[in-house]
Design a protein around this ligand. Sequence first.
Ligand code: ABT
Ligand code: MG
Length: 148
Amino acid sequence: MERTFLAIKPDGVQRGLVGNIISRLESKGFTLVGLKLMNVSRELAEQHYAVHKERPFFSGLIEFITSGPVVAMVWEGDGVVASARKIIGATNPLNAEPGTIRGDFGVDVGRNLIHGSDAIETAQNEINLWFKEEELASWEPSLMSWIR
Ligand code: ABT
Ligand code: MG
């Protein structure tokens, strides 16, 4: 089953948007298989954003992502990588459509609330970087007849 890595950034946590964001993914129909609130080390931040190492915004990005707790998550479902990116919206919240997380709540590209893996392969690498295998749950909602 396809999986993606999502992380509610320090601004999303500090603004009290954790429940709202999780709710959007749950009600869409995706399955939460990993969840932890954590402080991000500089080492983890630099590994996660390694592709941006040479960009002018890199040091500010690392400062920001290590500045407060982050909610790291793994979500599962058919097409979840691309669909979560749609639910999140464009990188610059000013360009993000209303109805998306960034479109509804953000105005600043450096404070864009949530990260989502950009491809299936990136997702696998990011899940391995942020989570240990034993931190991921396996459950099958379709087998739980009492929630229908
Ligand atoms: P992430 O989900 O955080 O990876 O964002 P997204 O994939 O939508 O966009 P990319 B290009 O990966 O941006 C990574 C982080 O860098 C910030 N950024 C990006 C800037 O601050 N200035 C810029 O000009 C660009 C292009 C936005 C992203 N994170 N934050 N916070
Ligand atoms: Mg990205």
